[in-house]
Design a protein around this ligand. Structure first.
Ligand SMILES: Nc1nc2c(c(=O)[nH]1)N[C@H]1C(S)=C(S)[C@@H](COP(=O)(O)OP(=O)(O)OC[C@H]3O[C@@H](n4cnc5c(=O)[nH]c(N)nc54)[C@H](O)[C@@H]3O)O[C@H]1N2
Ligand SMILES: Nc1nc2c(c(=O)[nH]1)N[C@H]1C(S)=C(S)[C@@H](COP(=O)(O)OP(=O)(O)OC[C@H]3O[C@@H](n4cnc5c(=O)[nH]c(N)nc54)[C@H](O)[C@@H]3O)O[C@H]1N2
Ligand code: SF4
Ligand SMILES: [Mo]
Length: 731
């Protein structure tokens, strides 16, 4: 494929068509025909940044007479560079959604039953504060845990810390990027972070191991991916499913699910055995290379072949391809790395492969991120907790870098190491985000208080005692975003329209709750504007200017070793740990070793899942615009297998997992684009919340079928690709 058509494919298939139809949907909701906007007079352009996922792309909202019209990328923003992904464009649907939560609710029946009383904010917050004080009096403040995902949780974290609880967690660690960040931390002493410090734009060879960029729509990465392809970069894609990215690959490796560590070990074996690795870089920065190299000896491509299904000649050829372009060869670390339970070691192997290629710190590999220095607000110190965190008793998972959601769930269920009696959840749907939903529901049923702050009446809200309706991101300020990125900048989220009902922004809710809890000294500021202005002024910046532009840029700084960044490796040895004494000292393999994952039982398939370009997790299925673009998910099944089973493409099937859980009906996509030993679906569908009228019952839920998980012994991540399903045609 020539570079131009490659680019067109990416942009058109993944972004432009979807974005165009999103614009049409917006126009319909706003009561206009698409394309008329140029003729409209008196439109205000208000910069802000997106919150349909956590990438935080800078955007410009167009508003006329207080009515939201459309949203586009802010050309001045380094993350969006003037373009939003289709979800971002469809984000206006979040404002217009007629199924939104409109006022605070208190349950007037048993948990899980749908009987509610609408109350005032004062009543709701008084009720919550009383319950929190009762829990504190009986069990201590640590018995209230906060689950919070994304920037909007900043002020809730502040209130809960002031209350005295250190138990604050997000699924983005133990259910997502945790193992990756731990694997890289153990190797280089630093994490990959979000946005990932991947220099995709300048990579001359890009290796994607299950990172399905193009379906995984993290905007900057997808744009840089298209640029790298334009520039003729060589692409190697490893995925049991022929993803959108695989369609652009020079080498597509349809690996047996779960065997990636075997492949990476074999690649490293070839690089070392053939002397193709970056000897100078390794000699200068590496620790324990000899011991590492000795461990690799048995992992030949011939050994890896039966494990991975990838032929030895292909393993050698792709290893040489990576060596050809080093150090501008980027082996992407992935993002949702919670696959099989050996994930931190697999991620460490990916880190080591990058180390052999000399790509960490180098152009076309991993840059060193920079940010603007914006001082925090000076609050009183938080009370110290005598008990400490509840999630990881005795440091059971010694390399957990963040609090474990599933650890808090475990403590809630067992009362060990101490009881947890209140859950406060902000912008996270634990019923679908955590594996084994029955455990989550059991934990919720044991609580004295369950508060959900959300924008829609989703599944989590259904389990709450108190539901607090938040203003959407288009209707509120959030904290500043001085992003760690390839260039320093600070961005502002600000309201572009008013909330349509009695919804309130997070900062207001968190502050009012703190006041009810007698913690007003933690909120010396009266309004969020005052808070933002204080921080910006301390940094020598202007709030007025940021409001007007949405983004203020800092002075460019070097981001590569070759441009003067000093290599620093805050690891056990102070160098790149090819051999990890930190792991050895805790009884783990100092160099990753491969263990074979279990095969599916006869007649069953491994359940795999991922993203669709037009949806975010389970949070957009009821957005009127994005719903129209994709109403339900499909089940990918190998076409030969489907034929053998007598299942025609397009018919509806149901899945039963190894524990007897039966899915909703889901449409079959019989395709050659997937291996015969696994099936695949997009996460976030099959919702049961009846108040989400558009989403309820559409498609099947991977989350309901993920009853099993394998916990990563290093850091407590939950490997979720370990479930098997049987398929039956719908009667
Ligand atoms: N089975 C399975 N489990 C998974 C995954 C998977 O693919 N499959 N993916 C994993 C990954 S990678 C991640 S990162 C996590 C994600 O897990 P979560 O962060 O829990 O994602 P969602 O399930 O989409 O839940 C987000 C919730 O926030 C609400 N929300 C949206 N906007 C706002 C807002 O402005 N304010 C408030 N207050 N609420 C808002 C949504 O309505 C929704 O209820 O899930 C993990 N778990
Ligand atoms: N549109 C959109 N984009 C998103 C999100 C979203 O909700 N919507 N969420 C964002 C978030 S928080 C995350 S964490 C990322 C997740 O996206 P990624 O980290 O890119 O991918 P995963 O969800 O880990 O895995 C999905 C891919 O891995 C493949 N796969 C499954 N098992 C294996 C295996 O054993 N080996 C290999 N090599 N491949 C395998 C699947 O076929 C699929 O292509 O997406 C981000 N981007
Ligand atoms: S990647 Fe898309 S959904 Fe996520 S913040 Fe950017 S525009 Fe919004
Ligand atoms: Mo994630």
């Amino acid at each position: 494929m020539d570079p131009l058509s490659r680019r067109r494919f990416l942009q058109i298939s993944a972004a432009t068509i979807a974005a165009t139809s999103a614009t049409a949907g917006v126009a319909r909701l706003a009561g206009r025909a698409a394309g008329e906007e140029a003729a409209v007079k008196g439109i205000h352009r208000i910069p802000t940044f997106c919150d349909i996922c956590f990438w935080k792309c800078g955007a410009i909202a167009y508003v006329e007479d207080g009515k939201l019209w459309k949203i586009e990328g802010n050309p001045d923003d380094p993350l969006s560079r003037g373009r939003l992904c289709p979800r971002g464009t469809g984000g206006v649907g979040a404002h217009f959604d007629d199924d939104r939560l409109k006022a605070p609710l208190i349950r007037s029946s048993r948990r899980g039953e749908d009987v509610w009383a609408q109350v005032t904010w004062d009543e709701a917050l008084t009720h919550i504060a009383e319950k929190m004080q009762a829990i504190k009096a009986r069990y201590g403040p640590e018995a209230v845990a906060l689950f919070s995902h994304g920037l909007g949780g900043t002020f809730f974290k502040h209130t809960i810390k002031a209350f005295g609880s250190p138990n604050i967690a997000a699924p983005s660690f133990a259910q997502c990027r945790g193992p990756r960040d731990v694997g890289f931390h153990l190797t280089f002493g630093e994490e990959v972070g979000s946005p990932e410090r991947t220099d995709i734009r300048n990579a001359r060879c890009l290796v994607l191991i299950g990172s399905h960029l193009g379906e995984n729509m993290h905007n900057t990465q997808v744009q840089e991916f298209a640029e790298a392809m334009d520039a003729g970069a060589s692409l190697i894609v490893v995925d049991p499913r022929f993803s959108i990215a695989a369609g652009k690959a020079k080498h597509y490796l349809p690996i047996k699910p779960g065997a990636d560590l075997a492949l990476v070990l074999a690649w490293m074996h070839v690089l070392v055995a053939e002397g193709l690795y970056d000897r100078d870089y390794v000699a200068q920065h590496g620790f324990g290379f000899e011991a590492f190299a000795a461990e690799l000896a048995p992992y030949t491509p011939e050994w890896a072949y039966p494990e991975t299904g990838i032929e030895p000649a292909v393993i050698r050829e792709t290893a040489r391809e990576m060596a050809r372009y080093r150090p501008a060869t980027l082996v992407h670390p992935g993002r949702r790395a919670t696959w099989y339970g050996d994930d931190a070691q697999r991620s460490r192997a990916i880190a080591l492969l990058n180390a052999l290629l000399g790509s960490w710190g180098r152009k076309g590999g991993f840059y060193t991120p920079v940010s603007m220095d914006i001082p925090g607000y000076p609050y009183p110190p938080y009370p110290a907790s005598a008990k400490g965190k509840v999630d990881n008793p005795g440091g059971k998972y010694p390399f957990a870098l963040e609090t474990l959601t599933t650890g808090i769930r475990e403590a809630t269920l067992t009362g060990q190491p101490y009881p947890v009696k209140g859950w406060f959840t902000y912008a996270t749907n634990l019923v679908t985000a955590l594996p084994n939903e029955a455990e989550t529901i059991k934990a919720i049923q044991s609580l004295d208080l369950m508060v959900v702050v959300d924008v829609i009446p989703g599944e989590m809200a259904g389990w709450a005692d108190v539901v607090l309706p938040e203003s959407t991101y288009l209707e509120r300020y959030d904290d500043l975003n001085p992003e760690l990125f390839r260039e320093p900048f600070v961005a502002l989220r600000q309201p572009v329209v008013a909330s349509p009902h009695d919804q309130k922004p997070n900062w207001w809710i968190a502050r009012e709750l703190a006041k009810k809890l007698g913690l007003e000294s933690y909120y010396p500021w009266k309004t969020i504007e005052e808070y933002l202005d204080y921080r910006l002024t301390k940094a020598g910046l202007s709030f007025a200017e940021l409001k007007q532009k949405g983004v203020i840029h800092g002075r460019p700084q070097p981001i590569y070793y070759e441009d003067g960044v000093a290599p620093e490796f805050p690891t056990a040895s102070g160098k790149i740990d090819f051999y990890s004494t930190a792991l050895r000292d805790k009884g783990f393999d100092p160099v990753p070793k491969y263990t074979k994952p279990a095969d599916p039982p006869p007649g069953m398939f491994r359940l795999l899942f991922g993203r669709a370009p037009v949806h975010s997790f389970g949070r957009t299925q009821s957005n009127p615009i994005l719903h129209e673009m994709m109403e339900e998910n499909e089940l990918w099944l190998n076409a030969d297998v489907a034929a053998r089973m007598g299942l025609a493409d397009g018919r509806y099937v149901r899945l039963t997992n190894q524990d007897g859980v039966v899915s909703n009906r889901v449409k079959l996509n019989a395709t050659q684009r997937i291996r015969p030993d696994c099936v695949y679906m997009v996460h976030g569908f099959g919702q049961r919340a009846v108040r989400l009228r558009r989403a309820v019952g559409r498609g099947a839920s991977d989350a309901q079928l993920v009853t099993r998980f394998t916990t990563d012994p290093l850091m407590g991540g939950t490997g979720m690709n370990v479930n098997f399903v049987a398929i039956e045609a719908e009667a």
